[in-house]
Ligand binder design. Structure first.
Ligand SMILES: Cc1cc2nc3c(=O)[nH]c(=O)nc-3n(C[C@H](O)[C@H](O)[C@H](O)COP(=O)(O)OP(=O)(O)OC[C@H]3O[C@@H](n4cnc5c(N)ncnc54)[C@H](O)[C@@H]3O)c2cc1C
Length: 401
């Protein structure tokens, strides 16, 4: 049997009502846990959980706070992240895929504590910085440090009121004005308002926004990414030409200020165009290695895939937690028994109840393993596209395929 170090996994509490079943187990649960979670990942998660446990700011409130307070708390927790030093400096020297994997483990640990917190961090740091690396050039790298220092609060504005899944039909425009060397951002009508954007409702100071790049000759070169300052970082008051607000209460994730924005003749400098896959010269000439605008869009959106993989990981973990809660509850909840006045039986003993919860438990294990495999495949594929030495060539060939 393969040797595994399970010594860092804390023991389960003893003496509780679950002990009778735990004693009957004919397998080592710690080994099973390492099969499902992998040692390195689990070590990272325990480190994160211990740091959160030691800080009162992360104590779970005993009742659900009002919506605004949830948002405030999530924002304060994000600000505390740097102090908690969850991300060791050494990971900067790791390969792109190893670094992303490390950050994904941290994200999963945070998501199991508070989904709002993990999403807020992803939008403010992880996904934004990935997108800068994938779509931006040297001049945009300064934003990466600024996000870690909280000098800028960022969001990713893709979705519009009328277009979510069908990204290609987004209608926000960025029209180049060669006279001023600026882009003029416009929302053609309310249906094209950016919507659902996390962090945008109350806090974001910069929106990485997808808009149709139009040159002075009227030609539309398809969707590109732009860094659009939307609020003064000192006052959080929005700039003239930017109508921004919060979309209100949601059925979950209320720590996130999801918002909308409408732009009216709002000007940004040429340098705020993320120009790795398509560039506009100061004179207004558009140049790109892609002949088809949808390929340029594919290259740009590649960086968001990490977020989608992260959502799958969080979904798999949530299903695992739900299955564990249901199984444990069934083991301690007693109803009826063989004798009218005798001892009652835990409901886990009833076939009908087993039929309800065991397939879900099995599905949770399968999903956990499948998502791990998919995450590794994803990291292997994109590792090349972010490699400094040949990144651009690989990105181009991945998208062309
Ligand atoms: C909590 C939350 C946070 C979000 N954060 C952000 C953010 O930070 N930035 C951002 O830009 N966006 C964000 N979004 C928006 C999100 O990206 C969109 O909701 C998503 O892309 C789906 O778009 P939609 O809601 O318009 O759904 P639609 O595109 O209207 O799709 C609705 C449903 O229609 C069906 N459907 C649609 N097309 C097809 C098809 N071709 N075949 C079969 N069925 C189909 C599917 O069942 C689909 O689920 C967020 C959304 C949520 C809920």
């Amino acid at each position: 049997m393969e040797k595994m170090d399970t010594s860092f996994i804390p023991d389960l509490p003893t003496g509780g009502p679950l002990e009778v079943y735990r004693k009957r187990a004919n397998f080592d649960w710690k080994r099973l846990r390492l099969i499902l979670e992998k040692e390195q990942g689990l070590r990272i998660k325990y480190k994160v959980w211990r740091r959160l446990e030691s800080d009162p700011l992360f104590a779970h409130p005993s009742r659900t706070p009002p919506m605004d307070q949830q948002k405030r708390l999530a924002a304060m927790q994000v600000n505390r992240m740097k102090q908690l030093q969850l991300v060791p400096k050494e990971i900067e020297s790791l390969s792109f895929s190893a670094k992303t994997k490390y950050l994904m483990e941290i994200n999963q640990a945070l998501a199991s504590y508070s989904p709002s917190l993990s999403v807020k961090i992803a939008l403010s740091v992880g996904l934004f910085n990935n997108a800068i690396r994938a779509m931006g050039t040297e001049k945009h790298k300064k934003y990466i440090e600024a996000t870690w220092n909280r000098e800028v609060i960022t969001c990713l504005a893709v979705t519009e009121l009328s277009h979510g899944s069908n990204t290609k039909r987004i209608r926000t425009t960025a029209t180049y004005d060669p006279r001023m060397q600026e882009f003029v951002i416009n929302t053609p009508d309310f249906e094209a308002a950016k919507c659902w954007v996390g962090n945008m409702g109350k806090t974001a100071t910069i929106a990485m926004t997808f808009a149709n790049l139009i040159t002075a000759d009227g030609e539309n070169h398809g969707l590109h990414g732009f860094l659009i300052p939307i609020r003064d970082p000192k006052t959080l008051i929005s700039y003239p030409g930017v109508l921004v607000g919060d979309i209100g209460e949601k059925s979950g994730l209320n720590g996130i200020d999801n918002g909308f924005v409408v732009f009216t003749n709002y000007r940004i400098p040429l340098d705020n165009h993320l120009n790795r896959t398509g560039n506009v010269t100061p004179e207004g000439v558009y140049e790109s290695v892609f002949t088809d605008p949808s390929q340029a869009l594919g290259a740009a959106l590649e960086s968001f895939s990490a977020g989608r993989v992260g959502i799958m990981q969080e979904a798999a973990n949530t299903l695992c937690s739900a299955a564990v809660i249901a199984v444990r509850y069934a083991a301690v909840r007693k109803q009826f028994g063989p004798e009218r006045q005798g001892e009652e039986m835990p409901i886990i003993e009833y076939q009908l109840h087993q039929y309800r919860i065991f397939p879900i438990l099995a599905a949770a294990c399968v999903q956990k393993i499948a998502v791990e495999e998919l995450s590794n495949t994803y990291l292997a594929i994109i590792a090349g596209s972010q490699d400094d030495s040949n990144g651009f060539d690989v990105l181009v060939s991945v998208v062309r395929q």
